[in-house]
Design a protein around this ligand. Structure first.
Ligand SMILES: [Zn+2]
Length: 89
């Protein structure tokens, strides 16, 4: 039985054959997906790609983008959305 922190399926298991012929399971580190813009699907820059335990060690300004819809929309989509809202309303 693996130790409690490894009893999750979110860590990739990797079977490794040792020099003696024995096969053991090694666990790969958890990966975090790249944040993407919800409108165009482009990659969002400036947001950390860390697991939650590492995310807590960052300062507040490093955690998220301090902009309207920061971390949700990219800067190009936000500019377009603001312009269209001003022109229509
Ligand atoms: Zn976008």
């Amino acid at each position: 039985m693996p130790r409690p922190s490894l009893r999750t399926r979110s860590r990739k298991r990797h079977l490794l054959r040792l020099p003696g012929g024995r096969v053991t399971t090694h666990f790969k580190r958890e990966t975090v997906n790249v944040l993407r813009c919800s409108r165009c699907g482009g990659i969002l820059h400036g947001s950390p790609r860390l697991i939650p335990s590492k995310l807590g060690k960052l300062s507040a300004s490093e955690k998220k983008i301090k902009r309207m819809f920061g971390g949700i929309l990219c800067h190009r989509c936000l500019r377009g959305a603001l312009r269209s809202s001003v022109q229509s309303g």
